[in-house]
Design a protein around this ligand. Sequence first.
Ligand code: ZN
Ligand code: FE
Length: 265
Amino acid sequence: MNAAAEYQIVPVCAFSDNYIWILRHGDQAAVIDPGDAAPVLAYLEQEQLDLCAILVTHHHGDHIGGVESLLQRYHVPVIGPKGEPIDAVSDQLVDADTFVLPQIAAGFEVIAVPGHTRAHIAYYDSNHSGCGALFCGDALFSCGCGRVFEGTPSQMRHSLARLAALPGATRIYCAHEYTQANVRFALAVEPANSALQARAEEVAQLRAAQQPTLPATIAQELAVNPFLRWDAPDVIAAAQRYRGTPVTQADDVFAAIREWKNNFK
Ligand code: ZN
Ligand code: FE
């Protein structure tokens, strides 16, 4: 596909740190995780775009809170996970389902990423920009991951492992700007990781300029994100220091790092 003919991906900020991703093509747009309708409606109006679909990744209010208001204005399908309590979803999807949004010339594959919530899904477009685009809600963040609210650490790690297995160039569009705080924790886990040190500097500059730190890429995250690095010797050693006992299994390394982050100030 000609790159110029592709949909563009634009962040709309909501609440204190949410990104609502808008996919726009010609005069059409789709929206992912509209926790608040107001900034989405403002953007659509300002850009004179018509909404063609709403996609949601999981049931939390900061991701679905604006859906009803958008539906009052636009009669569009609401695509979302099967198995989450979201009344408005018209098209319930499960792992490996595929669908197209012809209005914006986009095609997606669903990747189930349970852990943060029971049936959280991610949307993956393997073609976008020649490198692929992943919309992962609160499953994976740059230098971090979502809290494990409804699943187990093992389930979360397996979900993240599936995302980590996507091509390295895949661009990652997370639902929150948490990168700077995540980097601070990641440096506590792996102070000697030079890729992480470089990312910390880049993130500090971007935030000072009030720029998003996203999208990240899978290759970048593999080098810096402690929640994808359960095999890295320094991460294993950090998990052992946190626990005060030997930690050998990947699931236990991940669980220790996740618990440490939950309590990290
Ligand atoms: Zn959430
Ligand atoms: Fe969220």
